[in-house]
Design a protein around this ligand. Sequence first.
Ligand SMILES: [Zn+2]
Length: 243
Amino acid sequence: MFFHTHVYYAKKVDKNLDALKVIGSIIPDLAGTSIITWDHLHKKKDILNFSSYVKKSYPDFASLLKGINYHNTVDYLSHLRYKNSTPGYAYASSTVELITLTQKAYRVTPERARISAHNNIECGVDYHILNDHPELSKLIKDSIKKIDMEGLAKLMAQYYKRSEREVLDSLNIFFSVATDYDFRTIDGLVELLVALNKMYLKTDSDKKLTRKVLELSFRITEDTYREFIETSIAVRNTEIKDC
Ligand SMILES: [Zn+2]
């Protein structure tokens, strides 16, 4: 799922939400910058190892782990299993029409279009949730300001065996993606998706078709996003899983 959906979930399930929990609830997607991989903070094995390391060496960052746990719960429901059936919500909601349109808009292979279509469903959910709760943008911005970013870079650099400078640069890129775009408007999201596709897929997206992709994603998710997020909140099963 996207940033605001994760943060909304964290806010709803945690009465003692703090800045590190907010950051933890979005940090696994730092994989988008390639400083860590999608197997790192999205897979059970790495999350458990990382958690032991943080508890032992950086106990002040323990709240971050709680946030990562929240991220894991929502992604599992979105990717793998939702309401007792597979796949998860975002894949199950990706229609043939959406996948075909995504392929044309992003100029990617059919397999990549299938993955990107699930991202577009998640983007639709995020759009609806953020428009219902616009205060979530400020919560992310304030949390970024509050945490010890250099400490976080140091902790991650040691664990993932990268330089602190590299990790700090990636964190800065990641958090600017989370805050520099207007996630509440279709114009802002077109800009975001075109930039993300350029950065990660190395493709030049068609802007007009990207807008159509978003319009379709908004329509597909508008009747189900509330149920998705409310079901996720109600599950309360926060055992770490592969997602
Ligand atoms: Zn994720």
